[in-house]
Design a protein around this ligand. Structure first.
Ligand code: TPP
Length: 416
């Protein structure tokens, strides 16, 4: 924990209850302090950086508006939750993040009542949060709010679609916050990413719509029974105006956005408006990965987990690795390229981990024989099997098994 008195607000916050005592005008200052704290800590005790910096305003706004831990916030992957840890009783021990006998790398209910679900695996937050939203209604917690916070990378995963599909049919009041920074670890890929880029609704339209829904609600017109019909009418009007179909609204999940997710006052305003809205809804926020730290904003992939660095200069302190064995993934990446050069039927497939598994080495030389398929391990395997079945002699697949503490890696070459 940094001792200097640059942390005038943060030093007074031990839990979200303290945060909720702040005025709305103090929140941007708190966000800056929180960012500074994360940067100083991660500089000396390496971990994930860029994602937490980008999610700072979402973190502060969620704990400000929602009554956590009674209300549930479910993080996807959990690598963006350092701000959440610091605000929830763990600032003092954050220097032991990821260390033996220290804090878990990702949120874990074993560690804190504010951590609602064991994180590490991408794309599962919607399913977990939906389960909690349904459970809240079936147990004695009808007033409980449940929020899933999912990145655009994680939104490309099949499990996220399964969660959305179920959320659209199951009665629930789930709020999904889509934290869209246009990045996975590497650049986000695929149709979903393109779709989100193009998804744009006019700000005036958004405001009118909020006001209209509040008015309808106050007049008792927006009842549960009528909601689906109203959403369908609204969809039809919006599609006609924008000449664009909205995937989420097509699934009866109300869509709001996109808005600036790094404007904390705006995010608070939006969350207050959506908080008591019935039915499943999605708030689309644009954020900047690495926000507030120039080196990380410029090169988010490197700064996803940068190792130790000098916070002032942004210089990464690369250890002298001359005495160390090469990294497993680099051996894999170079070997794959070597094999691919001698066998034209070898292709590389990776589920959103080109840098993580060093398949980027092959990608640079053989872009047409490498495939980043997004966070989609099941698809990666089956896609590879399909290629191996029909002509490509070998298909190299990289798989990540995420666990709470670390990630193990392996690769499969499917003989044919
Ligand atoms: C099932 C699974 N596949 C891959 C990973 C590795 N992984 C961790 S974070 C991440 C990128 C997530 O991107 P996004 O959801 O957009 O979050 P951001 O870091 O951009 O905020 C990936 C691929 C994982 N944790 N789980």
């Amino acid at each position: 924990m940094s001792n200097d008195n640059n942390f005038k607000l943060l030093s007074k916050i031990n839990s979200p209850a303290d945060l909720r005592k702040l005025s709305i005008d103090e929140l941007p200052i708190l966000c800056e302090e929180l960012r500074k704290d994360i940067i100083q800590e991660v500089a000396v005790n390496p971990g994930h950086l860029a994602s937490s910096l980008g999610a700072t305003e979402i973190t502060v706004a969620c704990h400000y508006v929602f009554n956590t831990p009674e209300d549930r916030i479910v993080w996807d992957v959990g690598h963006q939750a350092y701000g959440h840890k610091i605000l929830t009783h763990r600032r003092e021990c954050f220097c032991k993040n990821r260390k033996k006998d220290g804090l878990m790398p990702f949120p874990s209910p074993k560690e804190s009542e504010y951590d609602t679900f064991t994180c590490g695996h991408a794309s599962n937050s919607i399913s977990a949060a939906l389960g909690m939203a349904v459970a809240a209604k079936m147990t004695q917690h009808p007033e409980r709010h449940v929020v899933a916070i999912i990145g655009d990378g994680a939104m490309s995963g099949g499990l996220a679609f399964e969660g959305l599909n179920n959320a659209s049919s199951q009665p629930n009041d789930l709020l999904i916050i889509l934290n869209d920074n246009d990045m996975s670890i590497d650049r986000a890929v695929g149709g979903m990413q393109q779709y989100l880029l193009n998804l744009d609704t006019n700000e005036t339209y958004n405001r009118i719509r909020f006001k209209a829904s509040q008015w309808l609600h106050a007049k008792g017109i927006l009842t549960d029974e009528r909601r689906k019909g109203i959403i369908r009418l609204n969809n039809a009007i919006k599609s006609a105006l924008s000449q664009q179909q909205n995937l989420f609204e097509g699934m009866n999940i109300r869509y709001f956005g996109p808005f600036d997710g790094n404007d904390v006052k705006e995010v608070v305003r939006l969350l207050n408006q959506l908080k008591n809205m019935k039915g499943p809804k999605l708030l689309h926020l644009h954020t900047v990965k690495g926000k507030g730290y120039e080196p990380a904003e410029k090169s988010a992939t490197v700064w996803h987990a940068p190792g130790k660095f000098d916070p002032e200069t942004g210089k990464r302190l690369i250890q002298d690795e001359s005495y160390k064995p090469p990294k497993f993934q680099d051996v894999f990446g170079h070997t794959l390229l070597e094999l691919a050069k001698s066998n034209s039927r070898i292709v590389g497939v990776t589920p959103a981990m080109p840098t993580g598994c060093s398949m980027n080495i092959m990608m640079k030389e053989m872009g047409d024989r490498t495939f980043d398929v997004g966070i989609a391990e099941g698809h990666a395997m089956t896609f590879s099997a399909g290629m191996a079945k029909d002509g490509l002699q070998h298909s190299a697949t990289f798989i990540v098994h995420s666990r709470n503490a670390h990630t193990t890696i392996s690769f499969t070459i499917l003989p044919f």
